[in-house]
Design a protein around this ligand. Sequence first.
Ligand code: IMP
Length: 427
Amino acid sequence: MPALVLLGAQWGDEGKGKATDLLGGSVDYVVRYQGGNNAGHTVVVGDQKYALHLLPSGILSPTCTPVIGNGVVVDPSVLLSELSGLNERGVDTSKLLISGNAHIITPYNVTVDKVTERFLGKRKIGTTGRGIGPTYADKINRVGIRVQDLYDESILTQKVEAALDVKNQILTKLYNRRAIAVDQVVEELVGYAEKLAPYVADTVLVLNQALEDDKVVLFEGGQGTLLDIDHGTYPFVTSSNPTAGGACTGAGVGPTKISRVIGILKAYTTRVGAGPFPTELFDEDGDALRRIGGERGVTTGRDRRCGWFDAVIARYATRVNGLTDFFLTKLDVLTGWEQIPVCVAYEIDGRRVEELPYSQSDFHHAKPVYETLPGWSEDITKAKSFSDLPKNAQNYVKALEEMSGAPISAIGVGPGRDETIEINSFL
Ligand code: IMP
């Protein structure tokens, strides 16, 4: 029963789509367990490029069943347009399964996300504005709407009423907005019910049976470790648990079933939105990483903040996720630098600190301590094995591995499906 978790080891956007897609052919189920359409995967198949936001990247593999687990928040309009966009390009999406327990991102959740951010002004989180946080807040407050509620209009109406009761007070009295009408929301949501019906399933049962039948199940995290609501750089985080434990709660599979946890690690670091980022670069190196790495958000189109590799973060990701492997991505982006700085520790108020500080104030004061590694200038995109890499690139990978605390089992050397060096098989 190989059950693999694949997740971002930094602040998201590490190139998970490529990794999941690489495994796609041998994986029977690809499961998203948290987040929503705040995620963005770019998957390149042949000369085709697909940008996925909510759907698991396994949707592109004909032998794979893609699953949206109970821990995901689903915006039905986004989901349906993503599905029809793929259908128009000839992708068969009929195998998709959606948990009836997944929560729905309602139109009012999106409104609340946007007005709250505007209200926060300088203190804003820099959310994707997709309603993610408010939907999870409703879930925790027990006023959320679930996929299954779409199939009982009377219950749905009561639930929307309960949710809007307080929200309309806040929207009108605090934010000076118009109140949102219950029947309008109900009408919109009921309109999705029939279109979603073929996909809705008891995904917990399906996945546990699949594991008993020795199927290969891949749990695909959205965002990344440092954006985790519990283990990330709170409050500059997303509202769910991308870390490995989230795969269990967000899909209904016990921790004893998980056999491997793979962290996707970019050969440098990026971050979108606000919050601390010790190795961030504000100079031409940062601009070059952004330009060469194509560091622009798939979902929001925002430029990503860029910086050198941070081994403190990688070590932390190994610890909180129990990582068994790393998939190092975008090594090719670093080609051409004579010297490559790598952050090995922080200096915080005059002290050298080797591990990620738990205190938010300390982390905000953390200054990177760099070691510099020699770079390479040869094109590495055609490398098929580790020994094809120039010596300095090999040494860079080995140094990262040693500092990060888990073996690097695959290396991305270009965006294409075949531009990957496999060192240890994931299966
Ligand atoms: P939210 O997830 O829209 O609530 O945004 C919260 C924070 O997470 C913001 O800093 C976003 O930029 C960041 N974020 C959300 N999704 C992603 C992602 O897929 N990649 C990188 N950052 C993300």
